[in-house]
Ligand binder design. Structure first.
Ligand code: UDP
Length: 478
């Protein structure tokens, strides 16, 4: 390989904005700070959504893109778990992943490593065959990583389902977590997705290193326990490089810039942003309660609304497209006109990173996707947690009970979070000079400063990234 050629890393993100966005941020840093070239090899189950395309536009020239041929899901049973669908997209793309990597190797571009997320582990075999090192990029909390790494042991300790355990579960280095709040895929031990996750517990250990989108001050106990176990249990080296979040302004479509213009006209810290991530949905009854609760709170809000789905909370996950027609027929009658002067409702997708960094945003009601949490945290915005699927319940638990920067509404006897409860929590978070709001805000400000410090020139996360880059630079490229 010629002396001056930069080294090359291939990144394989599994479908999902929550995986692609932080991996793109990771690539930008690798290119910007360490002069690497990156090729994204992108498996998918259909044509890339508008949101997905926009994440991949305007990138530096040293980041290349290769969309793989879409896989077919026609044979999947209805109601298959979202985690199974994501994992299958990668498995069914393995031949084209191999082809893409072989082609990079044959062009002698200096390829040293393959980086996958937690659904791409099956591609490690391809990396091995091609003499590349294999890295796991973990786009969620180090605590979730620790839970999965610990699952092999946990599995042997009881035959009960974890939600039945009377005492909270002790995860190495972490605040004890109630069984019912552990990640969704491990709650039903008879399910295929449980078996898949148990397999991951072993597969993660095959990585040459694990890059995690978190930082020391956020998950100190868990990170140091993972790093200690590198020697005692021969875990791969763990590199906390976060928080890697989307920050810069991108080109916005009209509806998106309308959100920001609307925010410009609101008072500082007065708006509650309400969003359930890239694919979260609520049932019809729950949407109704939420609308009426927001109305009852009398606070200002900016709500990203998707049509209801009564079957699965992750129903829109693979279909992140902006709705063309914004029809909000499913909202309570008269809601839009009654809240017109203090609420804005947008369909499907909003420029979340910009909204959270806007001065007028003072609170965030979130489904607790890890990226959403990090984006809120780097902007010092306190939270209301409303977890839906994946490991979101666990994130919600940590935010309310351990880190204490969030309020959590509870479901009533009906099984739904009712409007009175919603109004109460929204008021508590948003009320000017409210006692609860001030407490949460102060803690968030501290985390915001810690996040900035982690990413500063000699911060821990910057150093961890430099360490990975150094290891890669000391390898000889293909
Ligand atoms: N996002 C956005 N606009 C939306 C919804 C989501 O920009 O309307 C972005 C959000 O800023 C975050 C990502 O999509 O970066 C969602 O990731 P997260 O981990 O929060 O949740 P997921 O979508 O994976 O459930």
């Amino acid at each position: 390989q010629p002396q001056n050629q930069s080294l090359h890393v291939a990144i394989l993100p599994s479908p999902g904005m929550g995986h692609v966005i932080p991996m793109v941020e990771f690539a930008k840093r690798l290119v910007g700070n360490h002069n690497f070239t990156v090729t994204f090899v992108v498996p998918n189950a259909g044509p890339p959504s508008t949101a997905m395309r926009s994440v991949f536009t305007g990138l530096p020239d040293s980041i290349h893109l290769e969309f793989l041929p879409p896989v077919n899901f026609d044979d999947l049973p209805e109601g298959s778990k979202i985690e199974m669908q994501i994992a299958l997209t990668v498995v069914r793309s393995l031949a084209s992943i191999r082809h893409a990597l072989e082609s990079l190797v044959s062009r002698r571009v200096g390829l040293v490593a393959l980086v996958v997320d937690h659904f791409g582990l099956d591609a490690f075999g391809v990396a091995r065959d091609l003499n590349l090192s294999s890295y796991l990029f973990y786009p969620s909390a180090a605590t979730a990583l620790s839970v999965i790494l610990h699952l092999r042991e946990l599995d042997k300790t009881t035959s009960l389902d974890y939600w039945e355990l009377p005492d909270p579960v002790k995860i190495p280095g972490s605040f004890p977590i109630p069984g019912k709040d552990l990640p969704d895929p491990i709650l039903d031990r008879k399910s295929d997705v449980y078996k898949l996750t148990l397999k991951k517990s072993t597969q993660y250990r095959l990585a040459d290193g694990i890059i995690v989108n978190t930082f020391n001050d956020l998950e100190r106990g868990v990170i140091s326990s993972l790093q200690k176990r590198e020697t005692s249990e021969q875990l791969p080296r763990v590199y906390p490089v976060g928080p890697l979040v989307k920050m810069e302004r991108t080109t916005l479509v009209e509806e998106e810039s309308n959100c920001l213009t609307w925010l410009d006209g609101q008072a500082r810290g007065s708006v509650l942003f309400v969003s359930f991530g890239s694919g979260g949905t609520l049932s019809s009854r729950q949407i109704n309660e939420l609308a009426l609760g927001l109305e009852k709170s009398e606070e200002r809000f900016l709500w990203v609304v998707r049509p209801p789905n009564d079957k699965a909370a992750s129903a829109a996950y693979f279909k992140v497209n902006r709705q063309n027609e914004s029809s909000f027929d499913f909202l309570p009658e008269g809601f839009l006109s009654r809240t017109r002067d203090r609420g804005l409702v947008v369909a499907s997708w909003a420029p979340q990173a910009q909204i959270l960094s806007h001065d007028s945003t003072g609170g965030f009601l979130t489904h607790c996707g890890w990226n959403s949490i990090l984006e809120s945290l780097v902007n010092g915005v306190p939270l209301i947690v409303w977890p839906l699927f994946a490991e979101q319940r666990m994130n919600a638990f940590l935010l309310t009970e351990d880190i204490k920067v969030a309020l959590r509404p509870t479901a009533g006897e009906s099984g739904f979070v009712e409007k009175e409860q919603i109004a109460r929590v929204v008021k508590a978070l948003m009320e000017e000079e409210g006692e609860e709001r001030e407490k949460l805000r102060k803690r968030m400000e501290k985390l915001k400063a810690a996040a900035a410090a982690a990413l500063s020139e000699d911060g821990n996360s910057t150093k961890a990234l430099a360490e990975v880059a150094y290891v890669w630079k000391s390898q000889i490229g293909n």
